[in-house]
Every structure is written in structure tokens, then in C-alpha cells.
Design a protein around this ligand. Sequence first.
Ligand code: ARG
Length: 581
Amino acid sequence: MKTYKEEIAELLAPHVGLPASEIRDALTLPQHDGHGHFSFPCFPLAKRLRKAPPVIAQELATAIPAQGEIEKIEPLNGYLNFFINESDFARRTLSLIAAQGANYGATDRGNGKTVVIDYSSPNMGKELAFHHLRGTMIGNSLSRLYRHAGFQVVRINHLGDWGTSYGKLIVMFLREGLRESDLEGMSIERLNALYKAFENAAREDATLEDQARETFQQLEAGHARYQGLWAAFRDITLHELQRIYGFLNVQFDHYTGEAFFVAHMPKTLAELESKGLMTRSQGADIVDLTAHNMPPVLLRKSDGATLYITRDIAAAVYRKENYAFDRCLYIVDNGQSLHFQQLNKVLELMGYAWHKEVEHVPFGLVLIKGEDGGWEKGKTRSGQSSLLKDVITAAQEKILGIINEKNPDAKDKETLARQIGVGALVFSELKNRRLNDIRFEWDKALSFEGDSGPYVQNAHVRLCSILRKSAERFGKSEPDHPAAGSLDGIDFGKFPEPQAQTLIRSLSLFADRIRNAIDANDPCPIAQYALEIAEGTHSFLHVCRALGSAEEKERLFLVDCARIVLGQALAMIGVPPIESM
Ligand code: ARG
């Protein structure tokens, strides 16, 4: 089945002298109600046709007669607006959703292309902090969106698992008299505590820092016992990371972190040297970027240790060689912009034309109200630590309190409360444009009204519960899913209410919104889209009772379609699409 956009594009193509696919992508949605279903902006044609856009729109409107499901074609201020017959529009939109189900909104845009997405990538030995949530969920969402748009996606967690920190942990581990036998069942808290203990002890004893550096050098040189300890620390951290990722339903294809690239260092340095990019400066090896108005890149310190950026250079080359990516995205906060500019420049100087495909996708800070009422980075209000697991638990507890009050008989309340809590946290981070700083407020995030996670989840629950009730009337335990059945006997003319039409219109936009999100490398349009459907659902249900109405069949069908699309949109942003509350 052709989409309306494809149909309109074919209609326009002979008149505007552009390929249909280009016209299809140029078609927009009218900003205002009453301006039709699709708009063709004539502005880009003005130069070539040497006419004012309103004139072009007028001429096109005269030249192209309304036909088929297109009821009217009207020029308006340089736009050509297309009006589709409402019942045809409902039929085509809803039957497409019904036919495609979970695949609805999928496109072949990525067709054969591979995108590597590096996200979350925390440093080992420490626990995930609240501020890690944003990058983790932006990356998770982009992975899902790119996949839906037909891309091959490689999800990478580039763990910060190499560096002097590991020397510190080993020093402290041994200093506290711990042994390998103590590693069994050691918690991440314990590791964290060792790290903190080191920092404290090092304030008293300045030689500890040197010890840590030496220990790290020995680790780098292959010291067997240290390597064993390092591997155990890594396992402990990974185990905890995956527990939290489990709550968030976040997955990775590879945990190839910095340590993985240690073995690549000689090759990378040799390549930089042979390409004449490496210079010596005060005993260290650097790439001088003065000519490009950037500070030098430190590749290798005078003690021989390589750095974060050296490993990132190796990692980029490795990714290109192994995944043949068309794009490689780094979802990392904007504090690291210089690092990625330098990385890109070095890759360019190395002669890699694909440096253009390597892109830093930065995002803004999450600010939290401090004890003095000011906004600050990272720390949460008194009594609540900034560890992500603690924030998730706090959200879960707050929601559990509400559930106990409103619906004490709910099933599996703990899990439900966590899913709503996670939904609230995630939604409040993704509903804003990626580059904006966010002011995180508990009350707003956990609210069941307004633009919050619980509010959009609640719309999904409402849709699911109507379908459950519908089935219960006939003693069925599984909810009804009319969209999975036949379209026979459905009268798509039975949606005269503006609320129904608005909802259907919103449902038709999923693929467009995914395109917007991918163009901007930002899940925000999908979070806003989920909000739009949630609002549309509430207004539709407010005026249109489904069960027991004369239009029951049609309305249940629409309810099921809305459930499918909203459920998908929520899943794409990592907000659990729960079915009951
Ligand atoms: N581990 C780094 C940090 O916590 C982020 C790594 C991002 N990815 C990369 N390839 N540099 O700041």
C-alpha cells in the first residue's frame, strides 16, 4: 500500500521537475488544523522557477485536480495543502497500523547502512551516578530508532576500564590486607569504598599516588597477579552495571572498553609516527594541533603510559575496520567536546576520509535542586545520594506510596512501582532537547498529570484496560486485540469527532517523527510524540465512550491502534509501556 506522501509526490513530480522521492521527503504537515493533511512548501522552487512561492503554489493548485482520496488541493502562502477524505485517511492509517503491528513506523531508510553507537561508557570501579542516566537513555533510544529505520546498529559500551585508578584500587586492596579469596562475592560498594579509602589515605601519605602509578605500570606490563585483580574488579563492576541496565532494559553488543585497546597502542602510535603526525615535547609524544587552533593531543606520557584519546583513536580505527560503519556516534556530555574535536582532527590528519562519519552527539547537564535551593550538578537533595540505583529506589518508593494509597490491591507492586519510577526519570530527561540542561524536579517527574512519564504510561494503561474489559465481558482472560483481526465490518466513516480525527492524525505520524529524531540524533521528538498521543487518547476517550456505544467496533479498533503506536513510542524512548497500574 502506497502512503499518501508517496501518492502526492507522484502527483507533483511531473509539475515541479523533482524526483518523487525528494518531494516525498519535502512534504510536511500543516501547522494548523483546517490546513489539510499534507503540505508542499514551494519556497525551494522559487529560485529555479523564478517565481514567488505563492504564485507557484497557485499555479500548481490550478494544474493539479483533486482526485481519488485527495478531496481538495489548496494554495496558502507559498504552501500547497492537500486535504484527504477523512474516512479514507482513517482507513488507510489504521489498517496500516493493524497490518504492521510492532513494525509500524519502520522504514528502509538505513537500508544496508551500519551505525555504531557508543553510549553509557562509564568508568569502572565506581557505581553509575544519576547523571549517567541521560547519556545511557539517549543512546538506548537512538539505537532503537535507528534500528526501526532499517539501520544495522552496533551498540558499544566503551568502558573506562584502564588508567591509574586501577593502580589505586590494587594498592588499597593489598594495603587493607585483602586477598584473592576475598574477591568472591565482593560488592561494588566495597570497591567504591576502597577507592574512597585510597583518596583519603593519599591525602596523608603522598607516596601512595606514586605507588598507584607504579602498580598501574606493572599492570600495563602484564604483572600476573595485578591482572587477576584487575579482571576481578572489572567483573564486579560489570555485574552491577548489568543489574542496573536490566532495570532500564538497556543492552549492548560489545563491552569493548579502553583496556581492550591497550594491545592496539603500539600499532596506533607507529601509524601516527609514520604519517608524520607525532612530535616529542618534554619527553612526551603529542600531535601538535596549533595549525588547527586546538591544544595539542597528548598521546603518550614521558613514563610511557598512553591516554584516553590514544585509545579512542585506536577504537575509531578498529570500529571502521570491523563494523565498516557509515556513521559512528558518541553519546557523551558536552563537557568532552574538545576531546572529540581533537579525535576527529587527528583521524582527518591520518588521512581517513571517514572522519566525517564520526560524530560526537553531546548533551546538556542534569541539574538538581541543592539544599540551599540553588541548582547544582549531580548531587540530589539532602538524604538522597546521587547514585543512580538510589535515585531509582527513591522514585520507586515514592510511587509505591502512591500505589498503596490509590490501588493497594495492584499486582506485583514493587515491580510496577519501579517501572513507573524508571519511566518518570527517563521521560523527564528525554522530553527536553538533548543540548538543553535539565532541571530535574521530583514532583514534576513523578506527576500523573502534565508532561511526565506516569502521565504517558497512564494513557497506555487506559487503552489496555479498555481492551481487557472488552474481553472480560465475554469471560475471556486475554485482552481483545481487534487490530490483529479482520477489518471486515469496520466503518471508517464512524470517526466524525474532531478528537478521533486528531488522534488518528497523530498516529499517522510515527515514521515522520522517527525521521526527525534521527535527523537530530535526539529522542526528544519521540518523547513529545508519546505525549501527543497520550493527550490525544485522553481527549478521544473523554468524548467517545468505546464499550457499549453504537460505534464500539470502530472505537475499539482505534483504541487498539493507539495502544500499538503509543506502546512502540514508549519502548523507543525506554519508558516501560506498562499495561495496568
Ligand atoms: N568513560 C568516559 C567517561 O566516563 C566516557 C567514554 C565515552 N566514549 C568514548 N569512546 N570516549 O567520561
